[in-house]
Structures are given as structure tokens and as C-alpha cells.
Design a protein around this ligand. Sequence first.
Ligand code: FAD
Length: 355
Amino acid sequence: MIEITTIGAGGGSIARVDAGGLLQVGPESAGSRPGEVCYGAGNRRPTLTDAHLVLGRINAARPIGGALTRDRNGVAGVGRGMSRILPARTQYEASVPLVIVGAGAAGLVAALAAKAEGMAPLVLERDKVPRGSTSLSAGLVPAAETRWQRAAGIEDTPGQFAADIMSKADGLPDPDAVASVTEAVGPALEWLADAHGFEFSVITDFRYPGHSALRMHGLPSRSGGELIDRLREAVERQEIDLLTDAHVVSLHATHDGRITGLTLRRPDGTEAEIGCGALILACNGYGGARNLVGRHIPSLADAPYFGHPGNQGDALLWGEALGAATRDLSGHQGHGSIAHPARAFSDQVESPDRK
Ligand SMILES: Cc1cc2nc3c(=O)[nH]c(=O)nc-3n(C[C@H](O)[C@H](O)[C@H](O)COP(=O)(O)OP(=O)(O)OC[C@H]3O[C@@H](n4cnc5c(N)ncnc54)[C@H](O)[C@@H]3O)c2cc1C
């Protein structure tokens, strides 16, 4: 009789550095699809086979099983460039109570809100000038029961807004998450107007697909460029620290997953470590990382991405490395509005307001 013991260290076992700084292999596996990074089918987390390839133990010129990528450097880059969790440091040269990663609309509004509560946030942005997908957008914000709607005689409620979202998304979203957004966004716009002078108005000649009421609000130019510029100016007026050219590459965490700080990298390759009491990840989604799009939305793997290229899914990767549960990662809204090959953007719906 032969006793067989199965151990979870096949070629597809995924390797990671845990919160204590130790190398862990498996039990999570890349499986047969998408498989190892070196098969080029969308996985971005390094496996044992990838490590053997990088170390030269597997010859890329003579692939086992056929379709191995020849791009050894590309495979090695996955491990290096990956958003990492490093062990908590015992002390930092500089520490701040709150760090916000990402200076798009989410990060800058979070910074203004934190400042209003008496905190002193530090915003870190990888680009030289904050732009994000926010600057590429039309800058139109859906909100219900606002004073601008009331002035225009438009009847609307957060509940009606939530019902529209649930209906458009086939009832799939978490109703609590939908309710919290639909209830918060109107007061948020009015607060930006009152506290920071944002000149919002409601758009009365364009009804967004799926909306049962006119509820898109925008600044005078109806552009995301104006929205991000006004937010940046408000942050500057509030004397909030905004550090650009600061790409956050690693978070530091204790054994039980509490974040103590982070590592940022500057364009010249130098790095700095900053401690933080709390952290907000406002670095958008994974749209700029084609391999993550392929993993979570296979049908869009080859679709053109028209958002900000800096959105590489860092928050998602950090969360996964910390063992966070994920859900609804395939949720997306596709727009058939890019002209190829010119890559000029044309609006989804004709409107004099948006020309
Ligand atoms: C063409 C287009 C049109 C759109 N139109 C609309 C619209 O009219 N209405 C609407 O509601 N939505 C619209 N959207 C969607 C909307 O733009 C986004 O949902 C929104 O701007 C996201 O804001 P954000 O702050 O989360 O992300 P972003 O504005 O993308 O900001 C994220 C920032 O994080 C930075 N970052 C990422 N990773 C790191 C890191 N590791 N370290 C440091 N910084 C990092 C990025 O450089 C970026 O500046 C549109 C999107 C596109 C692409």
C-alpha cells in the first residue's frame, strides 16, 4: 500500500508576502484559468512556476505545455511592481494622522471633509498634477432632492434615485450601499457649494439613461477638468498638504492587518516611508490594468480603456494581500462612445450642455 499526502505547492500556487513579512505560498492557486502569469491569460500574482521561470529553471524557449510567454522580464516585473504589504515599522521619520491615496474627486473631497472635521490630512498623488479619471469625465454628478432641483420644479428623492439604480443594474447591487450613496450625494454637493463656493446647477435638457428624474448636476463648463481644478483650488485654500509625484507602492501592516504607514516612490526612483494613524484609499479601480480587467471582466479584456492610466487596481491588490473579501468586481458600465482609430471622445447622448 502506498500512502499519498497531498501538499498545496503546485506550479500554480500563488506566492505573497504576508503582513508579518514572511513568504507564503498557497493555498490559493491560479488554477488552470487564468493560470500562471507566464501563460499571459490575465493573472498578475506570482506563482511557483513564474518563480522557476524568472530563476531560469524553466527554459522559456522550450515551454512545458506550449503557450508559455517568452517575456521573462515581464513576469519578473509582476512580482516587483505588485502593490505590496510590508511589515509595520516600529517608527517613522514622519507620521501624520490621516493619509489619503489618490487626488481625484474622491480623494480631494475626502480631504476637504476630513479638514472640516478638524483633521490634518496628507494627500498623496502619483501624477505631477492631479487629474485622474475625474478630469476625463463630463464632471456631471447625479444627486436627488437638491435645492437646484427644487428651484427648477423637479420632484425627486434619494429613494427614487436608488430604485433607478437597482432597476438599471437588475437588482444586483447591495441596497445598503446604494442607499448610502444616494442619500449622501445631494447634501455633499450642497456642502461643496456652501463651504467652498462650487457653482453647481442641475441640467434640465438632458435626462441620463435610466434616470426617472432630471438629476445630473454640473459646474458651469460641464467638464471634469473644471471639477478637478475647483477641488484642487479648494484643497489649496484649506492649506491641506497635497504631495504630487508620490506613487504609493506599499502599505505597512501589523500581523492583525492594522495599517501603520506606507512607502511612496518618486519619479527618480527614490523612496520615502510615512507613518499614518488612518488611511483612505481613493485610488480608483483597476481599469488601467489590462490583466485585472481580463481577470474580472473577461468580455472586456481587449476593449479600449478611456479612463486614467494610473488607476492600476492598487487598492484591490492591497486588500487582497491583506485577506479582505471582495465582491461585485465584475460590475462595470461600458460606453460605446470612442471613435477609433482617432480615439476622439464623443458623448453618449447629444446635449447642448455637453458640447
Ligand atoms: C470618459 C469618462 C467620462 C465619465 N463621465 C462621468 C460623468 O459624467 N459622471 C460621473 O459621475 N462619472 C463619470 N465618469 C466616471 C468618473 O470619472 C469616475 O468614477 C470618478 O472620476 C472617479 O473618481 P476617483 O477620485 O475615484 O478616481 P480618479 O479621478 O481616477 O482619481 C484617482 C487618482 O488616484 C491616483 N492613484 C492611483 N493609484 C495611486 C497610487 N498607488 N499612489 C498614488 N496615487 C494613485 C491616480 O493617479 C488618480 O489621480 C467618467 C469616466 C470617464 C473615463
